[in-house]
Design a protein around this ligand. Structure first.
Ligand code: MN
Ligand code: MN
Length: 445
């Protein structure tokens, strides 16, 4: 079984300008043959089907543990797609379908399912919009075949990530691929070491993977600098300990020692709270009504006024800056074709990716402390709340020690640390004038 922790494996930038065309391409990393659903379910089925596991414990532990990490990768790809589909102009509390807020869709090289079926959400599809299929799973029952296949799968997956990085300049997509390139590299090494420990054959010499220049990808560099390229994290409270018997030795490229790390998963970043998108009626035709009903339900259940779960709040929309999907079809699409270089420079400048990548220690601890304070303690699990608060504190201390870089990243990440958007109705009312202005603009284009 899997225990779920409501955290992200790494920080992603909050929603910025929407990029539905890029989101379609990022879908390849979700539901493509070499996407995260494939890695996740290949290793999952191989672990389910593993025979005589007690006699081959370290290999079983390795495959099972990497499967668990891949679930977290799927979550990150979904978060990226959702972020790229989020449009400030659609956070109004009501929309008039007669204004055709999705009119621009027809002209976009986007996936219509993101809007028509999916409510601006990630789907289990590839970049062509074809559904992921179980045919992508190779689980032969032969340990050596499976391990060799997995090395090949990770190699193809890294290749795909690099191409998506090259094809999409949205800051969320860049942050995602920068992170996944590093983790995919670790998994390549893990399966190569597994085969080598079993047979003596070094796959990295037999089939050298694509020369993905991780250090030349600026979004990957922070992860390499902190050692993520040579670490496997253990994703279980107490199991899969024997993977260290296989994941050992030196990194084939850098010569540094490989290591297995146990960490407190609650130190990972909080998920970003996605705002409503009312042109696609997400989360509902009447978001305010849902909020009212939930308030009553929570009250009846005896919960405190503030929700118990934690999220990273999203910065509120800035008036006049955002464009609706419809207007974007005419403007951003054209801009992209006309001045691609300029667009990517602007994006890069508006989102300091290195900073956005790393957990904003201060911001996060502030949010957690605020929310884990009196109200969480009232929920009747003081032990958990205390543990989390102290863990967050420990993380903050640890990160503070990381030096100047930490300070820089905290400052840059602070825009995201505004109060939680708990007053959704209020905020949406404020956004209303901006929305109707945008809608009018859209009609013109
Ligand atoms: Mn992965
Ligand atoms: Mn992997």
């Amino acid at each position: 079984m899997i225990l779920r922790i409501d955290r992200w494996l790494t920080e992603l930038p909050p929603p910025s300008d929407p990029d539905p065309e890029g989101a379609r391409i990022v879908q390849e990393l979700m539901g493509g043959k070499f996407g995260e659903m494939s890695t996740f379910l290949n290793y999952t089925f191989q672990s389910f089907n593993f025979r005589d596991r007690q006699k081959a414990r370290p290999f079983f532990d390795l495959i099972s543990n990497i499967a668990a990490e891949e679930f977290g990768h799927i979550e990150l790809v979904a978060a990226t797609i959702n972020s790229m589909l989020t449009d400030d102009a659609s956070i109004a509390d009501s929309v008039d379908p007669a204004n055709s807020p999705l009119l621009g869709m027809a002209g976009l090289a986007a996936n219509p399912h993101h809007f028509v079926n999916g409510g601006k959400g990630a789907l289990p599809q590839d970049s062509r919009g074809l559904p992921w299929t179980g045919d992508n799973v190779f689980s032969s029952g032969d340990l050596l075949s499976d391990l060799t296949h997995n090395y090949f799968l990770e190699t193809g997956a890294r290749s795909g990530k690099l191409r998506v990085y090259e094809a999409v300049d949205h800051p969320a997509a860049r942050a995602l691929t920068g992170y996944l390139l590093v983790r995919g590299g670790v998994h390549q090494v893990a399966y190569a070491r597994a085969v080598e420990n079993l047979t003596g054959a070094d796959l990295t010499k037999l089939f050298p993977g694509p020369r993905v220049p991780s250090m030349s990808i600026k979004e990957s560099v922070p992860y390499i600098e902190r050692g993520d390229h040579r670490r496997l994290y253990r994703f279980s409270p107490d199991d899969y300990r024997e993977l260290a018997a296989v994941f050992n030795g030196d990194h084939p490229e850098t010569g540094e020692p490989l290591e297995v790390v146990d960490e407190d998963p609650t130190l990972r970043p909080l998920p970003v709270d996605l705002p409503s998108q009312n042109d696609v009626f997400a989360p509902g035709y009447s978001t305010e009504e849902i909020t009212e009903i939930v308030d009553q339900l929570r009250k009846k259940a005896g919960f405190p006024d503030e929700p118990i779960g934690d999220v990273t709040p999203v910065p509120r929309p800035k008036r006049g800056r955002s464009r609706s999907t419809a207007s974007m079809a005419g403007t951003r699409g054209a801009t992209k074709k006309a001045a691609k270089g300029a667009t990517s420079t602007k994006r890069g400048a508006s989102m300091p990716t290195k900073a956005a990548l790393k957990p904003p220690a201060a911001a996060q601890s502030k949010a957690s402390t605020k929310q884990a304070g009196p109200k969480v303690t009232t929920k009747g699990t003081p032990a958990n709340a205390k543990a989390q608060a102290s863990a967050t504190k420990a993380a903050a201390t640890k990160k503070a020690k990381a030096g100047a870089a930490a300070t820089k990243r905290t400052t840059a990440a602070n825009p995201g640390s505004k109060p939680a958007p708990k007053a959704a109705p209020k905020a949406t009312t404020k956004a209303k004038p901006a929305k109707s202005a945008t809608a009018k603009r859209s009609r013109k284009t």
